[in-house]
Design a protein around this ligand. Sequence first.
Ligand SMILES: NC(=O)c1ccc[n+]([C@@H]2O[C@H](COP(=O)([O-])OP(=O)(O)OC[C@H]3O[C@@H](n4cnc5c(N)ncnc54)[C@H](OP(=O)(O)O)[C@@H]3O)[C@@H](O)[C@H]2O)c1
Length: 248
Amino acid sequence: MERLKDKVAVVTGASKGIGAAIAEKFAEEGASVVVNYARSAKEAEQVVNRIKEKGGKAVAVKADLSKVSEIKPLFEKVQQEFGRVDIVVNNAGVYEFLPLNSITEEHFNRQYDLNVKGLIFTTQEAVNRFDGRGGNIINLSSVVSTAPTPNGSVYASTKAAVDAITRSLAAELGSRNIRVNSVLPGPVETEGTSAMPGVKDFFSGLAAQTPLGRVGQPQDIANTVAFLASDEAGWVTGQTIYTTGGLR
Ligand SMILES: NC(=O)c1ccc[n+]([C@@H]2O[C@H](COP(=O)([O-])OP(=O)(O)OC[C@H]3O[C@@H](n4cnc5c(N)ncnc54)[C@H](OP(=O)(O)O)[C@@H]3O)[C@@H](O)[C@H]2O)c1
């Protein structure tokens, strides 16, 4: 099934984890994919190579999306490579957990600069390029936007902001046939989460509270994102879709 045939998709933070799985799934569904990364050039090229080996189209493009000045050049490259953009997945995100007392301005800015500021300005640049054809924005939020954990006040609040942005922009852009949705993953095994101290115990505790009895894999999230990106979700906008194995 090629639900995204002839579409051009930008997946931010696609060198690893959930973003890499989304990029690969989109390519399987027929899209031409821009694999954005900030630092991991080798991993981004590996994602592109896996896509090309299966006959798909992809290119890796470096841009640190926490810097507004790097967003326009990313989309100029997309235009140059594929001539248009139809779908943007705002997946690039950072997560760090600290108790209130230890929160620093740097901890705050690092997460807000990418998870909120980068997402807004990436969306602005994309929407300006949809050019009357409609389009599709999918934002990676988190279950913590509505079920925050201790030590996660900054991170959880960035994701609550993402959901508010999703609802606001869905209302604002619907008349231009632009759909905007959030996907809220539960705990997912990725390069990022495996680097977190104590993650094994934390995740097994969460799996025990999860109706489906396990943590997620990147492909679990990619499947939901691919549905939202496709015409099958043509009447779905402004939604926050939990993909958590039932964890709330
Ligand atoms: N994994 C989970 O359990 C989980 C749960 C809920 C929500 N989420 C959300 O899902 C998204 C992906 O999470 P993940 O676990 O897959 O992350 P990950 O394994 O840490 O990968 C993060 C990706 O984002 C990129 N990135 C980081 N900083 C960037 C920047 N400034 N500009 C552009 N790209 C940047 C990284 O590329 P470089 O290496 O090149 O920097 C990498 O490709 C995030 O928004 C996260 O908040 C994850």
